[in-house]
Design a protein around this ligand. Sequence first.
Ligand SMILES: C[S@@+](CC[C@H](N)C(=O)[O-])C[C@H]1O[C@@H](n2cnc3c(N)ncnc32)[C@H](O)[C@@H]1O
Length: 242
Amino acid sequence: MNASAGLKMDVAATFSAAADTYEQSADAQRQIAGALAARIAATTLPQHPRILEIGCGTGFLSRELQPHFPNAAWLLTDISERMLTRCKAGFSGDARFMVMDGERPSCATEQFDLICASLSFQWFDDLETALERLSGLLAPGGHLMFATLATDSFREWRDAYPLARAYTSVETLRRFGDVDEERFTREYPDALTFLDHWRQIGAHLPRDGQRPLSPGALRRALRPFETGIAVTYHVAYGHIKR
Ligand SMILES: C[S@@+](CC[C@H](N)C(=O)[O-])C[C@H]1O[C@@H](n2cnc3c(N)ncnc32)[C@H](O)[C@@H]1O
């Protein structure tokens, strides 16, 4: 197995382990999925749209969208089998469900009127190649609409914690299509609570291939936040049209 495949398995396993606690902790993720759903609902799609979702998680986005597109043919996918099982349990209506790495779509013989993704693209190894690949699955007139974390996300935490992930810039995403950005903050009483929140939603894996910090180094990283931490969510909403 190559290193990249190993890291993907870690991502899938970490999200699967968080599938049961995800929704109770993922209020920011729910808010972002709602904002993306509102953008998609305002887009004109055919009467019977073919919709592919990448990284559906437990189903925040598909549950919001389903009433807007009751005649859609849905293909809901995630790299984590347990996340997908949760999504299946909560989705009303017909859909196909598939465990799939969104960077290497196994549905490449199909075409879609809408491909959507809320907060899964920041887990990709190579987002730019993936955007090209996914755009290639759009039917003529189709839309690829997504929300992903951008450069300033969690910068307060990244300044102190060397293993935190880096995020794509809005400028890079604008090479592919239209992008709006939004910033908001969430406050936690201390950094341990913040880390615990990340664990509950499965987002706590360190930067690719890095080993966790030693207990001493982690204590030092947490010290500035003993009395509280406010973290920025910098969200990019992208829209690529074919
Ligand atoms: C933060 S959650 C977002 C879930 C859901 N879209 C939402 O809005 O709540 C990220 C999701 O992306 C999935 N994911 C991560 N890497 C992926 C990949 N390469 N392909 C497909 N899904 C992936 C995870 O398993 C997880 O369900």
